[in-house]
Design a protein around this ligand. Structure first.
Ligand code: PFF
Length: 487
């Protein structure tokens, strides 16, 4: 039977896992949610949840993966009677996230090209839009994005280019594709981010961005938001953000864990992934938010519009060096998005490749990756064609809903996001902690952690959390998320 090849080094694994965690969620989700939900207060709640839930679920998933040496579907199958179907929920979540993630990744590639156009004064840059924006009394960013959304064919082409990049890396396998790309891409992303932070924080007026992010109550006192959210909302926002940002609750870390060598230290890796992801989220905030306050004070603070309207305005207003920073910034966002999308596609592919290998049919990685990518491509086309709900076939329209549509029904991006990030990921994390705490037993995680020869110092803490505290927090987070979506 063909050998199941994994990560060559712990550094390679770490970069791939951090690459999965660091993504669009860090860049447009975290900084804005932190600012709107009370600055430091949000950060403290986020960190507490990261310890009580993030660390526990991360360690649990890595242990499940490495113990079984299988992708999410088989791993749950081997370990549990009651929860054996959960791997399939992970695969479904991976598809749903990929549908919108690839569309947005494609948008980011378009914006790299746009800024290259600006650098050389070419027609495909944003320069041509300046006169239109003046005439309409809008901004260059708004005109560029409006024109892009008005041309779904272009969005579809860029989305499919992003799917193709993801597919090619995953065809390369773990050691040959994912590990190689992330070992170079992640350090590069870090350096690019540092350069962008220095530029953003030294702009006139940048200090207001820092106040928005860090000073409790500043956003309300200065009219950036109407009123401070209540505690349950902050808890649900921080919790939901954390699970999406750490790629938890849908099998990504099970899959990567299954490729990790037995000699590596799971506990240390889990802590490092969480620390690095949070650090990059804060760093992304230091780049994006001060830029917005300095150069586009009326710009949107979160979601796709932050990336594609506000940030483009920031670069357009930066003067001669604007396009260079624009290229750097959007390239780093493309890197962040690709390193996440490959982990999502791998969740799907790993299962089918393992099955083929176990059946003695050899490693059919190429075939399965092509099939999975084709399905992702179809979902991506739907999201791109919908153009954030501007073309009239949003889920709400198809469901015959009338009046103003709730966010999740207003466009396909938010619909897939609601299903995956909103419901399936927190539900997956809740059920996983119940499975480890009450069916399989936390000793399984201890045994697996100690394979490396290091004692699991956090076992007492892990045991109490996985049985009681994590499930309780998860129920609150899930309730808060559902309430926010539907009520
Ligand atoms: N963690 C990614 C982000 O913050 O954008 C999103 C993600 C990637 C979620 C991979 C889940 C996953 F498996």
């Amino acid at each position: 039977m063909e050998e199941r090849k994994g990560f060559g080094t712990n550094f390679g694994f770490l970069m791939a896992a951090v690459g999965s965690a660091v993504g669009l969620g860090n860049i447009w989700g975290f900084p804005n949610k932190m600012g709107a939900s009370g600055g430091f207060t949000f950060l403290i709640i986020y960190l507490i949840l990261a310890v009580l839930c993030g660390f526990i679920v991360m360690l649990g998933e890595l242990a499940i993966g490495r113990k079984t040496g299988k992708g999410a579907v088989e791993a749950y199958h081997v370990l549990s009677k009651k929860f054996k179907w959960m791997g399939w929920m992970g695969i479904l979540s991976a598809f749903f996230i990929l549908f919108f993630y690839c569309a947005l990744g494609g948008y980011c590639i378009k914006y790299v090209v746009l800024n290259v156009g600006d650098l050389f004064g070419a027609g495909f840059g944003s320069n041509a839009m300046a006169a239109v924006a003046d005439a309409n009394g809008t901004s260059v960013g708004a005109e560029v994005f409006g024109a892009f959304l008005g041309n779904p064919t272009e969005a579809i082409i860029y989305g499919l280019i992003f799917v193709a990049i993801t597919m090619i890396i995953v065809i390369g396998g773990i050691g040959g594709g994912i590990e190689k790309v992330c070992s170079v891409g992640m350090p590069a992303l870090f350096v690019m981010l540092l350069i962008c932070i220095i530029r953003a924080c030294t702009l006139d007026g940048a200090v207001n961005g820092l106040k928005y992010m860090f000073v409790p109550g500043w956003a309300v006192a200065n009219g950036v938001i109407d009123k401070a959210p209540d505690f349950l909302t902050v808890l649900a926002t921080a919790g939901g953000q954390m699970f999406f940002s750490l790629s938890l609750g849908m099998g990504a870390m099970i899959t990567y864990g299954s490729y990790l060598q037995k000699k590596e230290n799971l506990q240390k890796n889990a802590i490092l992934i969480i620390v690095m992801d949070t650090l990059v989220a804060l760093m992304a905030g230091l780049c994006v938010i001060p830029g917005r306050f300095a150069l586009d004070p009326d710009g949107t603070l979160g979601g796709p519009k932050l990336l594609f309207i506000t940030m483009q305005n920031v670069f357009s207003r930066m003067g001669g060096l604007g396009p260079i920073f624009g290229i750097l910034f959007y390239l780093l966002v493309v890197f962040a998005a690709v390193s996440s999308s490959i982990s999502l596609l791998e969740v799907i592919v790993a299962h089918f490749v393992d099955k083929a290998r176990d059946a003695g049919k050899g490693d059919k990685r190429k075939t399965y990756t092509l099939i999975a990518a084709a399905c992702v491509g179809l979902g991506c086309i739907l999201v791109c064609a919908d153009a954030l709900g501007s073309t009239g076939f949003a889920p709400g329209n198809l469901l015959g809903m009338t009046g103003e549509l709730p966010t999740w029904a207003a466009d396909w991006l938010d619909f897939w996001d609601m299903l995956s990030e909103g419901i399936m990921m927190p539900l997956g994390a809740l059920l996983m902690s119940l499975m480890i705490g009450w069916e399989v037993g936390p000793e399984m995680v201890k045994e697996e952690c100690e394979q490396s020869g290091h004692a699991m110092g956090s076992y007492g803490f892990f045991k109490i959390c996985v049985k009681f505290i994590t499930p309780l927090c998860m129920i609150l987070i899930l309730y808060g998320q559902i309430k926010e979506f539907f009520f």
